[in-house]
Design a binder for this molecule. Structure first.
Ligand code: BG6
Ligand code: MG
Length: 210
């Protein structure tokens, strides 16, 4: 029986793809580094630092560590300023309704995200109150496909991985969920991934799995 659900944040609970895209574009293009939507798709579920490595590799550019750290800082400042335009009205009604229903059913809920902005985003969207635990990019050493973020969330929920769903939109997140022994649910791009146990088209479909 499913006792808990661990949700990825970006692409599952909220839709920040365009904001990440705009922020990376503004941070790297003035440096003569190209960045397009196709590369942005490869950054789904990938940490900020690893995202920059992917962008640099695509451009055959190598930079010293301090320079890379500075670019990541600039990207995050731009990204955070874009996040400030988000409000609770930006939460899809299907998402908010699903969280309300799951709370009523007594299913334990957590967020497991690589994003270091997770808590900030949840606050801006007024979603913090729905979750029993939040594990973010500040709390882990290894990013997805390593299962650390989800294992930590299950531990905080006091549940075994096999009793929890992991809901993900990224292939690396589905791999992380499977590696940790969770029951994986794929939405968006991850719905078409062969290793996804339960593909769904909208979040409320998780209600059929609990
Ligand atoms: C993930 C996003 O949730 O968080 C990635 O899918 C992003 O695109 C990663 O790079 C890290 O985010 P942040 O907010 O810490 O820069
Ligand atoms: Mg995601």
């Amino acid at each position: 029986m499913i006792k808990g659900i661990i949700f990825d944040l970006d692409g599952v609970i909220c839709f920040t793809d365009k904001l990440h895209f705009a922020a990376w574009k503004q941070a790297v293009e003035p440096l003569g580094i190209a960045f397009d939507e196709q590369t942005n798709d490869k950054l789904r579920g990938v940490s900020r630092e690893q995202s920059l490595e992917i962008i640099l590799r695509q451009n055959n550019v190598t930079l010293p560590a301090e320079r890379k750290a500075a670019i990541c800082r600039v990207k995050n400042e731009i990204y955070k300023s874009l996040l400030c335009d988000m409000s609770p009205a930006d939460v899809e009604s299907d998402v908010r309704q699903t969280l309300i229903e799951l709370n009523k059913l007594g299913v334990k809920l957590a967020v497991g995200s690589s994003s270091k902005n997770t808590k900030f985003i949840l606050r801006r969207l007024d979603l913090t109150k729905f979750f029993d635990a939040v594990v973010d990019g500040e709390m882990i050493l290894r990013t997805k496909p390593d299962p650390e973020v989800f294992l930590k969330a299950a531990e905080l929920l006091c549940l075994s991985p096999c009793d929890c769903l992991v809901v993900e939109d990224a292939v690396s997140g589905i791999d992380a969920g499977n590696a940790g022994g969770f029951v994986t649910v794929g939405i968006g791009a991850a719905a078409n991934y062969s290793a996804t146990r339960h593909p769904i088209r909208k979040l409320s479909e998780v209600l059929t799995l609990v």
